[in-house]
Design a protein around this ligand. Structure first.
Ligand SMILES: Cc1cc2nc3c(=O)[nH]c(=O)nc-3n(C[C@H](O)[C@H](O)[C@H](O)COP(=O)(O)OP(=O)(O)OC[C@H]3O[C@@H](n4cnc5c(N)ncnc54)[C@H](O)[C@@H]3O)c2cc1C
Length: 410
């Protein structure tokens, strides 16, 4: 539904809006200003990265979040920056992932100094171990390791020397030294705080948002705390992106894919047993984090969107983890949690300008790679706002309106 019926709000509701904005925990300097050049909807890692990049380019940006910053999928992620390890289906995605990892590396110091937060960035490298009986990307009976440019092959002896905590039941392992990881909630909050330090305004607790579209041009948003006008709206609210776009009559299907994840901690004296690199196996990942925990994930449950952790899910994670890193059996269980990945029918995010509604942009649907792709998404969306086209930016495959009303690619 296109909502342009409430273009002018009463003075009293505008007064309420000013009061709410000036009370807002994360708001700085908004006092009564109801207009922004760009409004970003959604305070996950994607929305916050965009707000940061726009603010860094001197743009006037206001981010609105329904609940609190980093309370959606971004607080459930393992935080892997797996540019070389993920199985991307297109060269475009491979390229975006590599760019994003590089950008994040460059941004990490500035984010920490602007926000005063530690984002937990570490470049420990990832290992993909291969079990004795497994095929090594080969049809022949004698498996042949075929490392790509970004990886090194370790035979079983080297693997034991480099990672003594790994099971001995392996033929060898691929090691990818450039891979890194972050603490995802810290990264999201650091983007938000850095954006504020650079002049962006952020408002949490905005329960309802309606897009205001008139004559195929976005006018602003109608919210539970009042009307806001702007030139550009960027929809970056993850799993809820589809519902928001429907208000503008656009079909951008989102498929929820739940994932469960667990954290354990090794006692101080267990140095030899604890992993110091990420295991990125076919059936599980095990990520030693900068906060001293080891995160084990994740189940993949398409179509599910509740946030419960089941006993069966947890059992599967822990069994698989122990089969790769036996010392995990001795580690202390800390907690488990679940989140919902915002996936799309073709596995690509919706990135860019909507062709049928001027001023409306999308940045959602990052599936299992939103943390990895956050930095490049921020940069791309800022480029779109500055007038570049998806052809120029080489992300035509991610254009928002690529599905027709029946969900078929056109
Ligand atoms: C178990 C698990 C493990 C993962 N591991 C990794 C990993 O290792 N590496 C990686 O790169 N990715 C990982 N991901 C994926 C990653 O978490 C997501 O791709 C990413 O967090 C998506 O970010 P987002 O900002 O689009 O969405 P979200 O983080 O969900 O943020 C959307 C925000 O929008 C807000 N919102 C919703 N509706 C509205 C509205 N109407 N108005 C205002 N605000 C609204 C929500 O409250 C939320 O805060 C993992 C995901 C899961 C579930």
């Amino acid at each position: 539904m296109v909502n342009d019926g409430a273009r002018v709000r009463s003075r009293s509701s505008n007064r309420d809006l000013r009061k709410t904005l000036s009370r807002s925990r994360t708001n700085t300097g908004i006092h009564g200003k109801l207009h922004a050049e760009t409004i970003v909807i959604g305070g996950g890692v994607i929305g916050c990265a965009i707000a940061y990049e726009l603010a860094a380019r001197g743009q006037d940006v206001l981010l609105i979040e329904r609940g609190r910053i980093a309370e959606g999928a971004s607080c459930a992620a393992a935080g892997m920056i797996a540019a070389d390890s993920e199985h991307f289906s297109s060269p475009m995605m491979l390229n975006l992932a590599a760019m994003s990892r590089r950008l994040l590396h460059e941004q990490s110091e500035q984010l920490s100094s602007l926000s005063g937060m530690h984002i937990g960035f570490q470049q420990n490298g990832f290992i993909t171990p291969i079990r004795l009986k497994n095929d090594l990307r080969s049809d022949s009976a004698v498996p042949t390791p075929r490392p790509r440019d970004s990886e090194i092959w370790w035979d079983s002896i080297t693997a034991q020397q480099e990672a003594s905590w790994l099971t001995k039941d392996i033929y060898g392992a691929y090691y990818r030294p450039l891979e890194c990881d972050v603490l995802p909630v810290n990264l999201t909050q650091a983007y938000a705080r850095s954006a504020q330090a650079l002049g962006a305004r952020i408002v949490e607790g905005v329960h309802h948002v309606n897009l205001r579209v008139d004559a195929n041009r976005v006018q602003g948003v109608e919210t539970s705390i009042g009307t806001m006008t702007c030139q550009h709206v960027i929809v970056a609210n993850g799993i809820q992106g589809e519902a928001l776009m429907k208000q503008a009559g656009l079909q951008l299907p989102i498929l929820p894919v739940k994932g469960e994840i667990a954290a354990v901690q090794f006692p101080d004296h267990s140095g030899q047993l604890a992993p110091d690199k990420t295991i990125y196996a076919e059936d599980i990942y095990i990520v030693p984090k900068a906060n001293g925990e080891v995160w084990i994930g994740a189940t993949v449950l398409p179509g599910e969107s509740d946030l419960h952790v089941t006993a069966a899910g947890l059992q599967k994670l822990l069994e698989r983890a122990v089969s790769w890193v036996p010392g995990i059996a001795e580690a202390q269980f800390v907690r488990a949690w679940a989140g919902v990945r915002p996936s799309t029918p073709d596995g690509l995010p919706y990135l860019g300008a909507c062709e049928s509604i001027s001023g409306l942009y999308t940045a959602f649907g990052h599936h299992r790679n939103g943390i990895l792709l956050s930095a490049v998404t921020g940069s791309l969306l800022a480029d779109f706002i500055e007038g570049k086209s998806s052809e120029e930016l080489n992300v035509q495959g991610c254009r928002p309106e690529r599905f027709n009303k029946r969900g078929i690619l056109h």
